[in-house]
Design a protein around this ligand. Structure first.
Ligand code: F0G
Length: 407
């Protein structure tokens, strides 16, 4: 509910908040706004095909619109859609159609202090159980790279391949939720055996070669302020989609810029610079640091605040009060209520996400963020009470939820 004018450093999201380059702005001037067959569309489409291998592309105004278009066609009431920690809009698009989103992330993801290289992976055992028990009732599986909800954690190539093979064995297609696929490719290159000498382009091609379709929020790894798409290997509905010609040109250039190793490495190293500062101060977060953000483990900071009083949302408010820094809760508020029992879902992690926009802040800003968080951390024992929800929407409550401060 905060006005951005009241924010000093804005870590709410890395979505649409990056700075476009001079080349992207120049491309916008060349936009072709023809109603049909626009040059800008082909510029974008050819770039996407070149990077992902997918032949058919439908532009949408952002990622959730891509989900809405694809899911309205694929998801029926009572069906089951497994995924490695579905993003909130993804889950919303499944649950609003009276279907069920079942999490099949590896259990390691829920132990924040465990250092494993691919914490975003799918548990093949959990996935197979869902596929076996719901045969004929699973329209597709959602594989999210990087896995935002558990901390921007990557999924290994081996896991992508095995997940797709397992789904295909049961006749289930795989849709890759691809918002941060280039960051995922960076982690495969730097952490997975056999990929050090491959380019990010080669890695991305291979990642998508195992899957059947992708939905993309281009506001992240596409380096644009607005945009998204669906891409597939099967021809479906033909539409001119939901983007301006100029925005499609900017996206084509953004993808080409971001798939350069040095570009994405600079970005991820900034996130890891912030992580190193938090290590210095002993502040617990999801380890190892992910691609786009640091996820502070609020349960381990505000230990005296019960789950019912939302520790991560409380810590988010404290950080704002301390230094005007706006972070974002990825925890119990966002987890929403179970659609059947209407109980709060307290089963996952309770994080404060410090999300870093691309090409916007310097490492000096990272120093300020770390120092502000340290100040809050040092007085954590004085924060004895949390928050109570005074109003919430039925679905996706976190966008508009209202709270009262207790104590
Ligand atoms: N999938 C993932 C993994 C996302 O992180 C997001 C958005 C979406 C889909 C939806 O895309 O915003 O373009 O409609 N994540 C933003 C975030 C909002 O802050 O993490 P969108």
């Amino acid at each position: 509910m905060l006005k951005s004018d009241y924010v000093y450093i804005d870590l709410l999201t890395d979505s649409g908040t990056g700075a476009m380059s001079d080349r992207q702005w120049s491309a916008m001037m060349m936009g072709d706004e023809s109603y049909g067959g626009a040059r800008s569309f082909y510029h974008m489409k050819d770039t996407i095909t070149e990077i992902t291998g997918f032949e058919y592309v439908i532009p949408t105004h952002q990622g959730r619109a891509a989900e809405n278009v694809l899911f309205s066609y694929l998801v029926k009431p009572g069906q089951v859609v497994p995924g490695n920690a579905h993003f909130d809009t993804t889950k919303g698009h499944i649950e609003s159609r009276k279907a069920f989103a079942i999490d099949v992330t590896v259990p390691e993801a829920y132990d924040t202090q465990l250092e494993v290289p691919f914490k975003g992976n799918v548990s093949l055992e959990k996935l197979e159980k869902v596929l076996k028990e719901n045969q004929g009732n699973v329209p597709f599986m959602v594989l999210t790279v990087t896995n935002n909800t558990v901390g921007g954690q990557p999924v290994s190539m081996k896991n992508i391949r095995e997940t797709c093979e397992l789904c295909h064995k049961y006749g289930v297609p795989v849709n890759i939720d691809s918002a941060r696929f280039i960051e995922n490719a960076y982690f495969i290159k730097t952490r997975e055996e056999g990929y050090a000498d491959k380019t990010l382009r080669e890695i991305c091609k291979e990642m998508f070669s195992y899957a059947d379709s992708m939905t993309m929020s281009a506001k992240k790894d596409g380096l644009v302020n607005m945009g998204g798409f669906i891409a597939t290997n099967f021809e479906g509905f033909l539409t001119y989609g939901g983007m301006n010609g100029r925005d499609m040109d900017a996206l084509a250039v953004g993808l080409k810029e971001n798939i350069e190793f040095e570009m994405v490495e600079t970005r991820i190293k900034q996130v890891h610079y912030l992580a190193a500062k938090l290590d210095e101060y002993g502040i617990p977060y999801q380890r190892p640091a992910g691609g786009h953000a640091i996820f502070v483990d609020a349960d381990k900071v505000l230990t005296q605040i019960p789950k019912e009083e939302f520790p991560a949302q409380t810590l988010t408010c404290e950080l704002y009060l301390e230094a005007g820094i706006r972070a974002c809760e990825i925890g119990y508020v966002l987890a929403d209520r179970d659609p059947v029992t209407r109980q709060n879902r307290f089963g996952g992690n309770d994080f404060v996400r410090l999300c870093i926009p691309r090409r916007v802040y310097t490492n000096n800003h990272m120093d300020v963020i770390a120092a502000a968080l340290k100040n809050v951390y040092d007085r954590r024992n004085e924060i004895k009470r949390g928050l109570e929800i005074t109003w919430e929407a039925e679905l996706m409550r976190h966008f508009t939820c209202q709270f009262k401060r207790l104590g």
